[in-house]
Design a protein around this ligand. Structure first.
Ligand SMILES: *Cc1c(COP(=O)(O)O)cnc(C)c1O
Length: 462
């Protein structure tokens, strides 16, 4: 299996090379050259299997020869061993034909652990075999950073630097990034928004001299290996509800379009998915684009669902690549226009997107209302992101198709918003109950490429 860039100008790479580099050198994102197909029988064979067994079957065709079957199975086992639930991604029922997929039983209480714990294992194995070391730099609106630090802390062949927007992440998110004592972990609080963090990260990747000198690697959701790991729970949950003999729909709280794009890949592989519903907060560029075809960035309005406070949705580029018939030149041109503030999706491409995706947007007040309502009438205490998903799913779901809403974080990760809406302050699980007592370590940084690069170079020398 080879991986090609959405902008058509970079050479094709193996799975391992695409994983270790992150972003393509032409600025594009890696996608598989073709999508492996699972037959009805392949999918039926997943019924009753463990999460790890499903993970192996779903991901194996994408991974290629770099990892043997035995090694790959072993890395999957290690990745999910630290989760606080035997099913890894359990389903609970909210209402008739509406289910919640709990993706928050990993070490940092958000769905990002599913991908990050696995790529931590894959990186370590690949780098040790190659005798190489890398510098991982990530941008985070809160959850990616804590998940990356948790997955890479203490690894011999890796330094990990995480850029987060100063003052715009929750206290639990910040503490998860600033309290690990391992000296290969570097939390950087940037003066700016998440989009600024992501823009500086892209600048570093496009500055080839720097990129090569520190052997830069990326673990943001632009990394294909992360998308791939997330495809698994679409299969495991759909199969629990009767796939392949019954179609299901999914609603996904979305910011960077990574999680929902994984659902689209599951569908392309043959999983019978009826609708994929995009759920956004007030930073609604994706909802506006699906409704009007205009992909216009606005200013980010900080919300109580900070992990979705995004106006440049990186993984949307992958969906556009397919919607434009895999024309890398057309995608490169759109991304140029985006630098001027936005672009219009062509009528044909918009129709192609609407074949798979619906969308909805939820205001701040509606988010709080749904936390309250889900607690009183569904018996579920939801984090604000998950509440946005449930709100959109309840508005849009069809009576005859089961709807699965992805619960992307544990309510205890966002205790202020949850308490405001429900009167309940959700406690942290026991294993991290002392988080508020641990000492913090963080460096404040300017929104400036040159100073960031020199800081990183100095830190990895010592
Ligand atoms: C990252 C995150 C999201 C958004 O996921 P994308 O892949 O960026 O769409 C939603 N909710 C939570 C809690 C997150 O951490």
């Amino acid at each position: 299996m080879r991986y090609i860039s959405t902008r058509g100008q970079s050479p094709a790479l193996s799975f391992e090379e695409a994983m270790l580099s992150g972003l393509a050198r032409d600025g594009g994102l890696y996608v598989p050259e073709s999508i492996p197909q699972l037959s009805i029988d392949d999918i039926r064979a997943m019924q009753g299997q463990s999460y790890e067994e499903v993970a192996f079957r779903v991901m194996r065709p994408f991974v290629g020869d770099g990892f043997s079957d035995a090694v790959f199975a072993d890395l999957i086992a290690k990745a999910y061993a630290g989760f606080g639930h035997g099913a890894r991604a359990p389903l609970v029922q909210l209402a008739p034909n509406h289910f919640l997929l709990e993706l928050f039983h990993g070490p940092t209480l958000a769905f990002k652990d599913f991908a990050m714990q696995l790529i931590g294992q894959l990186f370590q194995e690949a780098l040790e075999r190659r005798g190489e070391r890398v510098t991982i730099v990530g941008a985070t609106s809160g959850d990616t950073g804590s998940a990356a630090i948790e997955a890479f802390k203490g690894l011999k062949n890796v330094d990990v630097f995480i850029l987060y927007p100063h003052g715009r992440v929750s206290e639990v998110q910040r503490r998860q990034m600033t309290t690990p004592p391992e000296d290969n972990v570097h939390a950087l609080a940037l003066d700016g928004s998440f989009d600024d963090c992501q823009a500086r990260l892209k600048d570093m990747f496009n500055h080839f001299e720097f990129r090569d000198s520190v052997r830069l690697a990326g673990v943001n959701s632009i990394n294909w290996a992360r998308v791939l790991a997330q495809v698994v729970y679409y299969f495991s949950s759909a199969v629990s509800l009767g796939a392949p003999d019954r179609a299901v729909s999914f609603t996904v709280p979305t910011g960077n379009f990574g999680d929902i794009f994984a659902g689209y890949i599951a569908k392309r592989m043959g999983l019978p998915i009826d609708r994929l519903v995009i759920a956004t907060n007030q930073n609604d560029i994706l909802d506006r684009c699906m409704k009007t075809g205009a992909y216009q960035t606005g200013t980010v309005e900080p919300s109580i669902s900070p992990s979705m406070d995004i106006q440049v949705s990186s993984n949307f580029e992958r969906a556009l690549f397919d919607a434009y018939g895999r024309d890398g030149g057309a995608v490169a041109q759109l991304m140029d226009e985006l630098k001027q503030g936005g672009f219009s999706v062509s009528q044909g491409a918009l129709e192609a997107l609407r074949e798979h995706f619906d969308s909805g947007r939820v205001s701040e007040q509606e988010t709080l209302d749904w936390i309250t309502k889900a607690n009183t009438s569904m018996g579920e205490l939801l984090c604000p992101h998950s509440a946005i998903g449930v709100a959109v799913a309840e508005a849009q779901r069809a009576a005859d198709v089961p709807m699965i809403t992805l619960a992307t974080a544990h309510p205890a990760k966002f205790p202020d918003a949850v308490e405001k809406a429900s009167g309940i302050r959700p406690p942290l699980p026991n294993r991290m109950a002392d988080l508020y007592e641990r000492s913090e370590r963080v460096t404040r940084v300017d929104n400036d490429l040159a100073s960031l690069e020199s800081l990183i170079q100095e830190r990895i020398k010592t």
